[in-house]
Design a protein around this ligand. Structure first.
Ligand code: NAD
Length: 509
């Protein structure tokens, strides 16, 4: 395999001395070794940030913030514009790295980089639109308005499955808001983090920007904990499992810091009597097996009207038979590997539990072996028939396992859909206006994302992204998500010669 993309992104076998925002001596540092789930080979290694280096990174970010917050927002936007241009230049190389290090298809890897470019464009426009409201004061000759100020250091903790896009959703918005960012990528995809930071370093150097506007730290959960415990970091934006989010929320909450949480999903598609079957098959299949079931928005449950149940089950079963599993960099394949062998073990144990609780196999799973699957991370997408009483569909298994169950009334279907701990993405497939409006109403889906005739998987950057309940409640990316990265200040200005006190109080002096 041609690995020129590594060179283009400034990546070496040993990334100790790269421009990662780390300081100090790297010789003693421990390393994270990155293995590709595609072929099991070592891609390279990245030095783990030590506590001493961490403190230096934060100190530098504090200094950088004092400068960056004074730079006019549209000028901050210009830097983000240039970052977007640099991403356009390196899109192919970065897309290949995402695909090789994470295991998603090359098309999805390139799509992820395109999302980064799109969020840069969005953030550039936003840099001229960080609007506050003007209110009418109840007092004469007074003016009242609100303004939005940057918060300071935004700590970004990200998951392996979107190793570059999630960082850009956070950082590009935070940076136009006048914040500075410190990123701890997943220890499963550290090379992607170094690559993004290297591209940032090029843009920063071309503009004589100080160090510390965007920084990178590397390591496992302990390095993440340094940030969540650190009062110098007013906002933690964490993407990952609900297990992680509960710990982060507690730690950040204990110091009354702000957290923005993007956690697990358990996304369902309701397929009604009136659904258009072409849309159903494409939406359900891609939603369930795309990215090998490792999207937070992957479709995990199909809730199907009893009149269409057998048809959906049988057509999907046939479609599963057409899937090609293998090297995700080969465009002929539909499904790549899971991220690592731990994930494979989780997938296998989930299948055992489903069978033990009476789930009926429609498409058998299993781990693939042989020359094309040497990494040991390739599995067959599995499909099970369950009932609404089954317990396993209440859990998010981060693998291509799909459940199907029947319903008789739409109210019942909505109840089944909402009756899980998570609340990220949801979809209804229907051609009935009444059904779709009920699904979108207050009595409908309780998720942060509710789609009609589109699958659950993926989202456009223009909307606010996130979900309710155990998904964490945070919103990122488009709409007014930027407000989470700023502090709001209400200003009242008196331009009279009187000082009227509130509630009619008089104070004779
Ligand atoms: P994970 O929770 O294992 O790790 C995510 C990140 O959190 C990593 O960088 C990890 O080092 C860090 N971390 C773990 N414990 C921590 C702690 N105690 N303190 C600070 N940092 C800690 O998740 P993963 O396996 O990388 O990703 C899969 C999960 O992420 C799935 O549940 C998926 O649904 C979720 N996810 C959610 C979204 C979303 O937007 N809602 C997006 C992508 C992934």
């Amino acid at each position: 395999m041609n690995k020129d993309f590594l060179k283009e992104l400034g990546l070496h076998e040993d990334n100790s001395g790269t421009s990662t925002g780390q300081q100090g001596h790297h010789n003693e540092a421990k390393h994270i070794v990155s293995f590709s789930p595609v072929d099991g080979r070592e891609i390279g290694r990245v030095s783990e940030t030590t506590r001493e280096q961490y403190d230096a990174v934060i100190a530098q970010a504090q200094v950088a913030f004092k400068h960056w917050r004074t730079v006019p927002a549209p000028q901050r936007g210009e830097i983000v514009r240039q970052y977007g241009e640099a991403l356009r230049k390196h899109k192919d190389a970065l897309g290949q790295l995402v695909s090789y290090e994470m295991g998603k298809s090359l098309t999805e890897g390139l799509g992820e980089v395109q999302e980064m470019i799109d969020i840069c464009d969005f953030a550039v426009g936003l840099s001229r639109q960080l609007y506050g409201l003007t209110m009418h004061s109840e007092r004469p000759l007074h003016r009242m308005y609100e303004q939005w100020h940057p918060m300071g250091i935004v700590g970004i903790i990200s998951a392996f499955n979107f190793p570059v896009a999630v960082w850009s959703w956070n950082s590009m918005i935070a940076i136009v808001c006048g914040d500075v960012t410190v990123w701890k990528p997943s220890e499963k995809t550290p090379m992607c983090g170094v690559a993004c930071q290297n591209i940032w370093a090029q843009v920063a150097a071309a503009n004589d920007l100080p160090e510390g506007i965007s920084s990178l730290i590397n390591g496992n959960y302990q390095v993440g904990e340094w940030m969540t415990e650190d009062k110098r970091v007013p906002l933690i934006s964490a993407t990952g499992s609900t297990r992680m989010g509960k710990i982060v929320a507690k730690t950040v909450g204990a110091r009354l810091g702000n957290s923005l949480l993007e956690l697990g999903g358990n996304n369902a598609m309701i397929i009604t009597e009136t659904a258009d079957m072409n849309l159903v098959l494409t939406g359900a299949l891609f939603g369930a097996v795309g990215t090998c079931g490792q999207r937070c928005t992957s479709t995990r449950r199909l809730i199907v009207h009893e009149s269409r149940y057998a048809e959906v089950r049988d057509k999907l079963k046939a479609a599963y038979g057409q899937l090609r599993i293998g090297d995700p960099l080969d465009k002929n394949n539909h499904v790549g590997p899971l991220i690592d062998k731990d994930s494979v073990a989780t997938y296998q144990s989930a299948i055992e539990k489903i069978k033990a609780e009476g789930g009926k196999t429609i498409v058998e799973g299993g781990v693939l072996e042989g020359d094309n699957y040497v990494s040991g991370c390739y599995v067959k997408p599995a499909f099970f028939e369950v009932t609404k009483e089954s317990k396993m569909p209440l859990h998010e298994t981060f693998a291509p396992i799909l459940y199907i169950m029947p319903y008789s009334t739409l109210e019942e279907a909505i109840e089944i859909q909402n009756n899980v701990p998570q609340g990220l993405s949801s979809a209804i497939m229907t051609t009935s206006m009444r059904e779709s409006e009920l699904f979108l109403s207050t009595a409908g889906s309780d998720c942060g994302i509710a789609n009609v005739n589109i699958g659950t998987s993926g989202a456009e950057i223009g909307g606010a992204f996130g979900g309710e309940k155990e998904t964490g409640g945070g919103r990122e990316s488009g709409s007014d998500s930027w407000k989470a990265y700023m502090r709001r200040q209400t200003n009242t200005i008196n331009y009279s010669t009187e000082l009227p006190l509130a509630q009619g109080i008089t104070f004779d002096l």
